[in-house]
Design a protein around this ligand. Structure first.
Ligand code: S3P
Length: 762
């Protein structure tokens, strides 16, 4: 029986009995090679007009038998793969139509052609309709080499194969063709024929056309020898594909004429825009285009795979990242942690909306703020960098943003999504905001509701969750909003929408929250007033660019403050940390717990207070955390829970229900981890009691395996916890540490910890 296929030992395999490949070139030969490498047990035969190709295929061990006459090969085939050039398909199909009576009754037909509409049409002509046992397909893989001699068993590994089945396809045939390609290591996708041809015209056919055209144009110039002699790497990279098989490409351009012409029109329009920018010396337009392009590939990979920017940029392990931390170790030294995340987001946002050029120093090159940066590129803002924390933003003015080409993907960042919601509500264009799995679970009604009161038109998914769909061109009016929760993101969202609203936008906060938006707006010459718990601004003003110096993030510094606070003998100095009064809850709480903490070199930089923070070990005691400190330390609780686990007595936290809607439910995630370490605690709805164990001579708790739930701060908190553990702590799902603190592990090891990163490639 010719069975379809199910994974054997976890690897998909192909169970065809007799595979016939018609056309034994690179593509057909590589298919045979890949199947052989996968342990394929059936017979592989081939038919090719060249006897030499068949003989080589047999010599190379790729095929068992073969010949030049199709009639001799068809009988008994369970699957026939037509791997001939697109324009030769019709004659092959016509011969097959006559011969198929000799084939096995459940024979499946498929092909590998690069365009699908012409092949589907020719099947319909030959067979009367596309037969249900025919599944058209296209492996998106190739090489400029041709012929069976170039066959490569790895050609399809991790490459896409697009199948374009007709609606009435036989499901068993579809499953078997899928299995064929999966056995070769490919990822199999399905789409309809028209979509396939449009996508391929843009991503494959157009670039080949350009490469052929550029090489040919240069080759026809008088000084061609000189040109080719000095051709450097860039030319070679760009034109490599001009060495591809001319017949195949002639066929492709003939077959996919319409879709190719449309994509050529788009390309010519883009080229004309660049030409004009060069003619007019429009350097902003050139930078905007080049910057967008130079980051686009990377950005779209991130968006498609929902993976991280760092993984691509820095070759960090992608997919699952686990930290294995040895117990004990030291906490010594001077450190400078990366730039403040909240300020980094805002520096890009306000810089983009300002008139003039904004130079940012100390920008956090973490996933979250990079997502914001990329989003503005997508909206037509020229941004240079980041390079070692420096970013140059060519502001487009408050009304200068352009519609992005698609949804804006903000990854893991709640701040980006909520602040963008306000800013985009005021634009003339429609927009959509999406994020990763964790962000998709977080509440957005807290911004959508008040924005609607301002007149915005916003749709959320069920339960007020992302994605957010925002209608452009709606007139906003200022409101007075009495925030039900203490949230800097909600406040900032409304102030940003307020820039576009008629009249005054006022926000009252139930407790003070970080005021970077207000400070930075004032720094950009846009007046934000405050009286007591309420701040407000008038819509319709302008922002003027200025330099921004982003201090180190106190939220990142916290992990090392706690490291020193719990480790006997520790002495750590954290340089140039932002100590804005709305962020210093962690300093106040640790001090109340008895930590030995000093602020040195206090100064004000660009409207924000900074200091070096020195912290030396001193025994900690449990406290009732003052409720008014909760919003001022909102991101610091995972680390503070570890301080509590190392204090004498019980630390009680209340009024912290907001922790339940952060990147994870941080009360529960921390409680689960503490339970694994053996730390006594009691969870309540809005907080937790933690009973510390503070004997400096012995470890405070055990080790174990902890799930960070993809929450960066949970991962970092339990890493620091190892300083006082009796055994290894293994923390899973740590890739998101890169959202806020890409150099965390490096710095942890620098102070004397022993953190190993185990990455697993997907
Ligand atoms: C932030 C505000 C806080 C904080 C987040 C950053 C900001 O969120 O937890 O990490 O940059 O405005 P909430 O506004 O939800 O409290």
């Amino acid at each position: 029986m010719t069975a379809a296929v199910l994974p054997v030992n976890g690897m998909p395999s192909c169970h065809e009995q007799r595979l016939l490949i018609v056309g034994l070139g690179l593509i057909g030969g590589s298919l045979a090679a890949a199947l052989r490498a996968s342990g394929f047990k059936g017979v592989i035969t081939a038919c090719d007009p060249s006897e030499d190709e068949i003989a080589r295929g047999i010599d190379m061990g790729l095929i068992d038998t073969g010949g030049v006459a199709l009639a001799d090969q068809v009988a008994g085939a369970s699957m026939i793969v037509i791997a001939v050039p697109v324009l030769a398909m019709e004659s092959v199909m016509a011969s097959l139509a006559d011969l198929l009576t000799h084939a096995a009754s459940n024979v499946v037909l498929t092909d590998v052609g690069s365009t699908k509409a012409t092949i589907r049409d020719c099947a319909a002509r030959v067979f009367g309709r596309v037969p249900p046992n025919m599944v058209l397909g296209h492996p998106i893989a190739g090489s400029e080499k041709s012929g069976v001699a170039a066959a490569n068993p790895a050609l399809y590994v991790h490459h896409n194969v697009i199948l374009t089945p007709e609606p009435d396809v036989d499901p068993d045939a579809l499953m078997r063709v899928r299995a064929l390609w999966q056995a070769c290591g490919a990822c199999v996708l399905e789409m309809d024929v028209e979509r396939h041809d449009q996508v391929l015209a843009r991503t494959s056919h157009l670039p080949h056309l350009l490469a052929f055209s550029l090489v040919d144009t240069l080759a026809r110039q008088d000084e061609r020898l000189e040109i080719f002699r000095y051709a450097a790497g860039g030319f070679r990279d760009f034109t490599r594909i001009a060495g591809s098989d001319p017949v195949m490409w002639r066929d492709i351009f003939t077959a996919n004429r319409e879709a190719v012409l449309t994509s050529l029109d788009d390309f010519e329009a883009g080229l004309a825009r660049l030409r004009q920018a060069i003619e007019q010396g429009d350097s902003d337009a050139l930078i905007a285009t080049f910057d967008r392009a130079s980051h686009a590939r990377h950005y779209f990979d991130t968006l498609l795979n929902k993976t991280s920017y760092q993984a691509e940029y820095n070759m960090q392990p992608q997919g699952k990242v686990t930290y294995r931390v040895r117990p004990g170790g030291q906490a010594q030294g001077r450190l400078r942690v990366p730039g403040d995340k909240s300020m980094s987001h805002r520096s890009i946002m306000l810089g983009a909306l300002a008139e003039g050029v904004t130079e940012v120093k100390g920008f956090l090159e973490g996933e979250d703020s990079l997502a914001t940066l990329q989003a503005f590129r997508e909206m037509g803002v020229a941004i240079e960098g980041p390079h070692q924390g420096r970013v140059t933003i060519h502001g487009v003015g408050i009304k200068g943003l352009k519609a992005p080409a698609g949804p804006i993907y903000v990854g893991n960042s709640g701040t980006a999504m909520r602040l963008f919601a306000g800013l985009l509500a005021g634009q003339a264009f429609d927009s959509e905001l999406t994020g990763d799995e964790s962000l998709t679970k977080r509440p957005m009604a807290r911004v959508a509701d008040p924005l609607r009161l301002m007149g915005a038109s916003i749709e959320t998914a069920e339960g007020g969750r992302p994605p957010l769909k925002i209608k452009g061109g709606t007139a906003l009016k200022g409101i007075f909003y009495d925030m039900p929760m203490a949230s800097a993101q909600v406040k900032s969202c409304l102030l940003l929408a307020g820039l576009y609203a008629e009249g005054e936008t006022r926000v009252r906060e139930p407790a003070p929250t970080r005021d970077h938006t207000e400070r930075m707006l004032n720094g950009f010459g846009y007046s934000v007033s405050r009286e007591g718990d309420t701040c407000w601004l008038q819509g319709g003003g302008t922002l003027s660019a200025g330099p921004i110096d982003v201090p180190s993030d106190i939220s990142s510094a916290t992990f090392f403050m706690v490291a020193a606070a719990i480790t006997p003998g520790a002495d750590i100095t954290l340089e140039h940390v932002g100590i804005n009064p709305t962020r210093v809850g962690v300093i106040n709480i640790l001090t109340l717990m008895g930590a030995n903490l000093e602020l040195l070199n206090q100064a004000e930089v660009g409207g924000e207070p900074v200091a070096d923070i020195r912290i030396r070990y001193a025994p900690l005691k449990g406290i009732d955390i003052p409720v008014d400190q909760v919003p001022l330390a909102i991101d610091e609780f995972p680390a503070l829970f570890i301080a509590a686990a190392n204090a004498q007595g019980t630390t009680r936290l209340r009024g912290a229900e907001e922790l339940r809607v952060k990147e994870s439910d941080r009360i529960q995630a921390m409680a689960d981890g503490l339970a694994i370490l053996g730390v006594e605690h009691t969870v309540v709805e809005d907080g937790i009691d933690i009973l510390g164990n503070a004997d400096a001579q012995v470890p405070s708790y055990g080790g174990g395996r902890i799930d960070s739930l993809g929450d960066h701060r949970i991962a970092m908190a339990f890493t620091i916890a190892s300083l006082r553990a009796s055994d290894d702590i293994i923390i899973d799902d740590c890739a998101n540490v890169a959202t806020s603190f890409p150099s965390f592990v490096e710095l942890a090891n620098k102070i004397g910890m022993r953190v190993n990163v185990e990455g697993q490639h997907d």
